[in-house]
Design a binder for this molecule. Structure first.
Ligand SMILES: [Zn+2]
Ligand SMILES: [Zn+2]
Length: 242
């Protein structure tokens, strides 16, 4: 109790000296790691109804098994994929600085969103693995944003974090303007497993920042399952709406 009061007092002093601000627009907020109302309202959260397999939001409620047409046509290998926001102007204000502008301080607030909506999915995993960057891209970007998220989530939920099992075997072309088929070809056999023993018969949670067609996470899943993983779920911050 005494410690709690002391902690609160220290927090008040810090807040007085360094008042918390919104990490996107620097507007004053009540607590650290909190968006201001303006930036929060700009986010488009993905809510039900969505495809039970790939997480794609439906425009209207569908009765029955709630699987989208593309998953029915070709079922993804992963067990499920889920995302927090639609990748739009609102979420880009958070994601792009996190990904490209060294704003690694955003890891905390982004993990809060993931934990709030998908705590059960995270806690159910035996192992948390980030989608890897190829070594040259990692060198220029200096950090892997997916690894920052995966590491933080694993630490908070006491899951095993394995950043070195899944590797990219080659540099893949940027997929910005590719269609679904081209993306599939682009990532075909682009991953390998370095040390399979820590994923054999394990439930894997694969973390990435953005999912578009799902070609990358599906190829990662194929590689993980082939190496003996029991199942793979995918969790990303954003989903590109087609
Ligand atoms: Zn703001
Ligand atoms: Zn689907």
């Amino acid at each position: 109790m005494k410690n709690a009061r002391l902690g609160q007092a220290i927090k008040s002093i810090i807040n007085f000296i360094l008042p918390p601000v919104c990490p996107v627009c620097n507007h004053p907020v009540d607590e650290t790691n909190m968006l201001c109302a303006h930036c929060f309202r700009k986010l488009t959260f993905i809510t039900r109804p969505y495809c039970q397999k790939c997480g794609k939001p439906f425009e209207f409620d569908i009765k029955g098994d709630n699987i989208c047409a593309s998953c029915l046509k070709q079922e993804p290998l992963y067990h499920s994929a889920r995302s927090i926001f639609v990748y739009d102007e609102g979420s880009k204000r958070l994601i792009l600085p996190f990904k490209h502008a060294d704003r690694t301080d955003l890891t905390g607030i982004l993990c809060q969103f993931l934990l709030k909506d998908y705590y059960k999915l995270i806690i159910n995993a035996d192992v948390i693995i980030p989608v890897p960057l190829y070594i040259t891209r990692l060198f220029f970007r200096r950090y892997n944003q997916a690894a920052l998220l995966a590491h933080r989530l694993a630490k908070i939920t006491h899951r095993k974090y394995e950043p070195n099992i899944l590797k990219r075997t080659r540099a893949t072309a940027s997929q910005g303007h590719m269609n679904s088929k081209q993306r599939k070809q682009n990532v075909h056999k682009a991953f390998e497993i370095a040390n399979p023993k820590n994923i054999i018969k394990k439930k894997v949670l694969l973390i990435d920042d953005v999912i578009t067609t799902g070609a990358t996470v599906n190829e990662c899943t194929k590689t993980l399952l082939k190496a003996g993983a029991e199942s793979v779920d995918v969790l990303t911050l954003c989903r590109v709406k087609h």
